[in-house]
Design a protein around this ligand. Structure first.
Ligand code: GLN
Length: 379
């Protein structure tokens, strides 16, 4: 049987590739972004309780109503936006699913979507499987800011959407209020949608603040804003997230969602509805994770790697400029095989494999893991 592939240029994701290589070589895995420390026992107990209390059947396809209520309260508090839990929130099996569904909702054949590279690796396949075309714009190295003049030049009559991502994977850079103003200016009066990937919303460091599209009514009216419980509560394997969008956009999104996963895991939603009320759990997260960034940075001083700034996310880029001529991928593979430390080559996040001699390190790990990795690399 032959399939006429919808994604002829797609291979296995770099995250799986590096995780498998790490396993084969017994390497410490600072590649794929997931914590190696335990999640909250309170939250796992709440899931247990929900299961034992019989919450094991389908919930509403848009998500458990009381969970959506809690999200609406949180959005009001953090981003001063009064959203309607009934019409504007859908619980999804993960942030990636939310992004994919949003793109499937709005894209038609030949549409163009502007993305900023390095870009999370699901964006382009998500665009292409819908018959649309990704228009990549490189973030400006080394601080990875957006050149808005270039965005203006790349916008065409076919531009259907712009995908933004802050805190940014893989670079750890943040969008600012000025970026939001530029985006408002560029999209004013247009039919361009914004897909805002905010899965690392609480992983922002050094007293900086997450700038959410939800806080800008001018942007929100054209936006699908995507979030992840996995990143907030250290349970990436739960694959739970949500999408927020204005009612008319959300009702179309739900048409896609209802015939895909239909609804999400019930006991987890009951547990999250209770746990979300403990706001300290997410408010202290930036501080907790930034200590890990700092710990790794200190330990990495014993190695020839030089850190680039990371203001948020699970990740920091380290440069090897000046001591190796290998490509990022070659070095990442060699470090895994010979030194027992897996990372992610940032070139994997560029359509044209652009190279700046940087590797992505995930620091959402126990200090002992980070110390051992740096020790191995210091050799
Ligand atoms: N978001 C994770 C990362 O950037 C990977 C998730 C996945 O493997 N699909 O590492």
């Amino acid at each position: 049987m032959l399939i006429n592939s919808k994604l002829p240029n797609v291979g296995t994701t770099i995250f799986t590739e590096m995780s498998v290589l790490a396993q084969q070589h017994n390497a410490i895995n600072l590649g794929q972004g997931f914590p190696d420390f335990p999640m909250s026992a309170t939250l796992t107990n709440l899931v247990n309780e929900a299961m034992q209390n019989g919450h094991n059947q389908y919930v509403h396809m848009n998500g458990l109503p009381q969970l959506r209520e809690q999200i609406a309260l949180k959005v009001k508090k953090l981003y001063h936006n009064t959203i309607n839990a009934n019409d504007e929130i859908t619980i999804t099996p993960g942030g990636t699913y939310a992004i994919y569904s949003a793109l499937s909702t709005i894209l038609n054949k030949g549409d163009e979507v502007i993305i900023f590279e390095p870009a999370y690796d699901s964006y382009i396949p998500n665009i292409e499987i819908n018959g649309a075309v990704a228009v990549p714009i490189s973030l400006q190295f080394p601080d990875y800011h957006i050149d808005w003049d270039e965005v203006k030049q790349k916008i065409s009559s076919r531009t259907r959407a712009i995908i933004i991502n802050s805190p940014h994977n893989p670079t750890g850079s943040l969008l600012s209020n000025a970026d939001m103003q530029a985006l408002i200016e560029l999209t004013k009066g247009s039919n361009i949608f914004v897909i805002s990937d905010e899965v690392y919303e609480h992983l922002v460091f050094d007293g900086k603040e997450h700038v959410s599209v939800l806080a800008y009514p001018e942007l929100y009216k054209r936006s699908f804003v995507c979030f992840s419980f996995g990143k907030t509560y250290h349970c990436t394997g739960w694959k739970m997230g949500y999408c927020i969008a204005p009612p008319t956009l959300m009702s179309e999104f739900r048409k896609v969602h209802q015939f895909n996963s239909f609804c999400c895991n019930s006991p987890v939603q009951f547990a999250l509805a209770t746990f979300l009320q403990q706001e300290n759990e997410y408010l202290q997260l930036g501080k907790f994770i930034s200590q890990k960034r700092d710990f790794l940075m200190e330990a990495m001083r014993a190695t020839p790697f030089k850190p680039l700034p990371s203001d948020g996310s699970y990740f920091q880029l380290y440069s090897y400029d000046g001591w190796s001529n290998e490509t990022e991928k070659e070095l990442a593979i060699r470090l895994t095989k010979e030194y027992g430390v897996a990372t992610i080559p940032v070139s994997a996040f560029y359509k044209n494999k652009e190279e700046h001699k940087v590797l992505r390190f995930c620091f959402a790990k126990n200090e002992s893991t980070l110390a051992e990795a740096a020790m191995r690399l210091s050799k």
